[in-house]
Design a protein around this ligand. Structure first.
Ligand SMILES: *Cc1c(COP(=O)(O)O)cnc(C)c1O
Length: 381
């Protein structure tokens, strides 16, 4: 008999009886999309929850990213990280920007500010960093560089839902930040996304961008796309919002249990949580070092054999994908830290509905290769 599969994540579903009244509301008022009442409510309640002033909901995080680039009509080169989900760089291509990859910091896995300036050219228009795994970027240093060179900063904050540092929500930083509310993220609306911006004027502009660029019945000001979130997706968000604190708390327990278990296990290092006063525990990345009996892929395979499905986020590097590998900045010699991390990283399962038994099963499976190499325990007397 094989144990049941444990996936790296499992979407959180609120109890269906809490979802259905919202569905009834949609049937009653016959507003299906285009900024309906549930959409308006979710925008307000999410902004309150996150501690930001202006938030525009989207149908997904990728369209939100593309709209963010469009919001400033960014041209030319955009400096970004190779260590992210493929949507980050794909968005640049959709907006006809050229990605310029800069290496990451070995501790935070985020863009290394010390390496940004060397990549700036007269064609650079912006920096697109990612708060990887929800760990805040060095936003002071990035702001500083951007100001000195007149660049915009757009954060791909897809992993940073609810994350705060000592200045409050990390989503309030940069010129814009984008969120993904996809099923696999900490807070989901089945599919969804958002842009967080600084003022009402920009919010208005973004609302037009996500609605084809339409200003009024006779005026279309830019070739906008269709990025609108529907009422049924907003309903999911509202039902989910009542549970988000409990979800994050459970993730925190799992994170703590993993850290305790890994502390005395040679060769496995949990990435530290730095520069945050509130974490969301979106991922649990570990680095597989030389003292561990298996290499990263060996551990991935061994866990897979016992139905524990981890993910190699982020491998391959974006700069190694065929559509980006020919860029000069994609040269592996330019990105040694990212290359090393991509070879060693493994994300262990973490999601709010994980049982203590499943958690124990994962921890045992990760410890097993070390224990197999040690002398057998004496039987109890
Ligand atoms: C999930 C994710 C996205 C894309 O969001 P979607 O809502 O799936 O389109 C973008 N960037 C990063 C870093 C992500 O993890």
């Amino acid at each position: 008999m094989t144990d049941k599969k444990i996936h790296v994540t499992q979407p959180f579903l609120p109890p269906i009886e809490e979802f259905l009244p919202y569905v009834q509301e949609i049937w009653n008022n016959r507003y299906l999309t285009n900024g309906g009442p549930l959409h308006q409510r979710l925008e307000r309640e999410l902004a309150d929850y996150l501690g930001v002033e202006h938030l525009a909901l989207f149908n997904n995080g990728t369209i939100a990213l593309i709209a963010a680039l469009q919001a400033f009509d960014l041209k030319g080169e955009v400096i970004t990280t190779p260590f992210s989900f493929v949507a980050t760089t794909n968005a640049l291509i959709w907006h006809k920007n050229t990605p310029v990859f800069v290496d990451i910091d070995p501790v935070t896995a985020n863009l290394d500010p010390a390496k940004i300036e060397a990549a700036i050219t007269p064609r650079t228009s912006a920096i697109l960093p990612v708060h990887c795994y929800g760990n805040p970027c060095d936003m002071e240093a990035i702001r500083d560089i951007a100001d000195r060179h007149g660049l915009k900063v757009i954060y791909d904050a897809a992993h940073a839902f609810g994350v705060h540092n000592d200045e409050g929500s990390v989503l309030a930083r940069g010129d814009l930040s984008t969120l993904s509310l996809h099923a696999t993220k900490v807070f989901n609306t089945f599919e969804g996304g958002a842009i967080i911006c600084r003022d009402a004027e920009m919010k208005q502009h973004i609302d037009e961008l996500k609605n084809f660029g339409i200003v009024d019945e006779l005026t279309v000001k830019v070739p906008g796309s269709n990025g609108k979130m529907s009422e049924i997706h907003a309903a999911m968000g509202l039902a989910q919002l009542n549970h988000i604190d409990a979800c994050i708390a459970r993730r925190g327990e799992i994170d703590a249990a993993y850290r305790t278990a890994l502390a005395d296990l040679p060769g496995l290092i949990a990435l530290p949580k730095l520069n945050q006063t509130r974490s969301n525990y979106a991922y649990f990345p570990i680095l597989v070092g030389d003292e561990y009996p298996l290499d990263r892929d060996g551990l991935y395979d061994q866990l897979r054999e016992v139905n524990i499905l981890t993910r190699r986020y982020f491998y391959p590097l974006l700069s190694d994908l065929p559509m980006y590998a020919d860029l000069p900045s994609a040269d592996p010699a330019n990105l040694p830290i990212a290359g090393d991390m991509a070879r060693r990283v493994l994300c262990l399962p973490i999601f709010p509905d994980m049982s203590d038994d499943d958690l124990a099963r994962i921890i045992e499976a990760v410890q097993a290769p070390v224990k197999a190499g040690q002398p057998a325990m004496q039987p109890a007397q």
